[in-house]
Design a protein around this ligand. Structure first.
Ligand SMILES: Nc1nc2c(ncn2[C@@H]2O[C@@H]3COP(=O)(O)O[C@H]4[C@@H](O)[C@H](n5cnc6c(=O)[nH]c(N)nc65)O[C@@H]4COP(=O)(O)O[C@H]3[C@H]2O)c(=O)[nH]1
Length: 537
């Protein structure tokens, strides 16, 4: 996991990472805005279809009130002059309905405009029977010739013995251009007749799933609204194309905003991921006792050919269990002033490993690396205390690297104090960095580790040719000499043949090993246990 995230947030994948986050966020925002827009479109369409229906709601109210008025006022004998006179008065009411009729059992006998018909007009079966919420029957688009209106058609509504011609009610002309509408007159759940607007929309809308009959997935939006009695219905339809053509500027701005927001989020996510998941942050979050582990690289005594010691090399266990080499985390430890705490962890871990696993009766030289800035005996000695007890089977060596921070005078004082506490001091990586002949001579160190670059250098290279001279130089100082970086048998034999190198260390002898492997290695190549512990190294 940490490897994957580490890979993603590593600088070289910044673009890909940001682009992926951007794409995800952009799509989410796009989905969200599409949903919001579709909600907005749905509610606008609902409002528009209901507005279109409002005229029919009003018409229905007028019909009902006119019927009620006729029922109340037409008490005279049907089709009598007084009856027709009263009917005429009612027809003058400002409700837009001005042709009232007397039509018992679907047979028109008289009307306001025609008076008593010479021949009563039988209307036949109604298109919509009266078993609806308003007890009204309807005849749609009937020929009004019988009322003296040749060539005209109209809709006739009947309640009881009374009837009236409904004036034509067109859809509002101010409907938005991004939407088409159709008005239908419903005869029942599944039977209707087109009345106004664009034919076919209601039928299409009925095909759509869902209670709101709102189908945006196919890029078409439908909305149907019906009046209270469910007789008039207005179906609205709008397509993505229609919406875009009237709102392209909004769409362009929305896309731009989504793009910009996604870019901002991608940048934030990247920097948060980097901050939270960078190796440094991970290391600092999990820098605790169990996360530091030790590897042990054998030190081979060239005089006896026995691996009498080891160098303790720290590793860090990443959150996913990956073992991380020290060059990755040591700079972080130094930058955060954790060096002393870290050395304490390494010493504690090594002590626990070795004291538990080392066969009884073996005395072992154990080399630890310390940070040059920690060269302070008063702080170091307590850290190593468990390994320095009188009956300890360990010979403790601390390896220090010469750096600009080492002042030879103060270093000498600290080295003396360490040695007085039964610790041994080696100069590490001699021949590289800040190594100086003067320090080699002036500091009372016990040994010198030749920088591994000499032994690792290919044959006949300059460094390789310098190896013997470097060995002579250290030998002349009288210090114990360790050559590290020994990778091949040839080089090991060469060093052994020189007769002046005390210890060798390198992959050619053994790689750094975890405790189990190291104990197994010691079983084969280490000192034999003795009843009375004697120092072999
Ligand atoms: N190519 C090659 N490499 C070889 C060979 N033989 C040994 N090495 C590597 O050389 C390094 C020897 O340790 P060093 O010079 O003290 O260099 C150490 C030491 O300066 C530092 N270090 C490691 N553990 C600690 C620690 O606990 N405390 C401190 N302060 N520094 C540590 O990290 C450095 C690197 O440690 P490692 O990565 O473990 O690398 C180790 C070891 O694995 C060889 O034949 N060929």
């Amino acid at each position: 996991m940490s490897r994957v995230i580490g890979y993603l947030i590593d600088g070289s994948h910044e673009r890909g990472f940001k682009l992926s986050v951007w794409a995800v966020v952009f799509l989410v925002l796009l989905g969200l805005s599409t949903w919001l827009v579709s909600e907005q479109v749905a509610s606008s369409m609902r409002a528009e279809t209901q507005r279109s229906l409002a005229g029919y709601e009003q018409l229905r109210a007028n019909l009902l009130s006119t019927f009620t008025e006729m029922d109340r006022r037409l008490t005279q004998p049907a089709c009598s002059p007084a009856y027709l006179q009263e009917m005429r008065r009612i027809a003058f009411l400002p409700d837009g309905i001005n042709e009232l009729l007397y039509a018992p059992n679907g047979v028109v006998r008289c009307s306001v405009n025609s008076g008593v018909l010479d021949v009563p007009k039988a209307l036949g079966a109604p298109d919509i029977a009266s078993d609806n919420a308003f007890d009204m029957a309807f005849w749609l688009d009937i020929d009004l010739d019988f009322l003296g209106l040749p060539g005209l058609t109209g809709t006739l509504a009947q309640r009881g013995n009374l009837a009236m011609i409904i004036p034509k009610q067109p859809l509002p002309t101010s409907t938005p251009r991004w939407m088409d509408q159709e008005l239908v007159f419903r005869f029942g759940e599944d039977v209707w007749k087109h009345r106004e607007g664009r034919s076919g929309i209601y039928a299409e809308a009925l095909q759509e799933e869902g209670p709101a009959r709102f189908a945006m997935l196919r890029g078409v939006f439908y909305q149907v609204s019906c009046d209270t009695g469910g007789i008039h219905c207005v179906a609205g339809r709008s397509t993505i194309g229609q919406l875009f053509s009237f709102g392209w500027l909004t769409v362009a701005v929305a896309l731009l905003v989504c793009g910009l927001v996604a870019a901002w989020v991608a940048r934030q996510v990247y920097s948060i991921a980097q901050r939270y998941w960078s190796f440094e942050e991970r290391f600092l979050r999990h820098f605790e006792k169990g996360s530091v582990i030790c590897a042990y690289q054998p030190l081979l005594d060239l005089k006896t050919n026995i691996a009498t010691g080891c160098e303790v090399l720290a590793r860090w266990k990443d959150v996913d269990g990956t073992i991380v080499p020290p060059d990755r985390f040591l700079p972080i430890i130094e930058a955060h002033g954790l060096t002393e705490r870290f050395t304490g962890m390494v010493v504690g871990h090594a002590y626990a490993d070795l004291s538990m696993r080392l066969p009884k009766g073996i005395r072992l030289q154990v080399n630890f690396n310390i940070f040059p800035q920690d060269l302070d005996a008063s702080r170091l000695i307590p850290l190593f205390a468990p390994l320095l007890s009188e009956d300890s089977p360990f010979k403790v060596v601390v390896e220090i690297v010469e750096t600009a921070e080492i002042n030879p005078e103060t270093a000498q004082v600290e080295i003396e104090r360490l040695r007085a506490a039964d610790m041994h001091v080696y100069l590490d990586d001699f021949g590289a960095g800040y190594s100086s002949m003067h320090n080699l001579a002036a500091l009372s160190i016990d040994g010198v580790k030749l920088d591994r670059s000499f032994a690792m250098a290919p044959h006949h290279s300059v460094l390789s040719r310098m190896l013997d001279h470097a060995i002579d130089l250290v030998q002349a100082s009288g210090r114990s000499l360790v050559v590290e970086g020994v990778e091949t048998k040839e080089r090991l034999n060469h060093l052994r043949a020189s007769g002046v190198v005390d210890f060798a260390q390198g992959f050619g002898i053994s790689r750094p090993l975890l405790i189990d492997a190291y104990v197994a290695y010691l079983g084969k190549h280490g000192p034999r246990p003795s009843r009375r512990p004697t120092l072999v190294a």
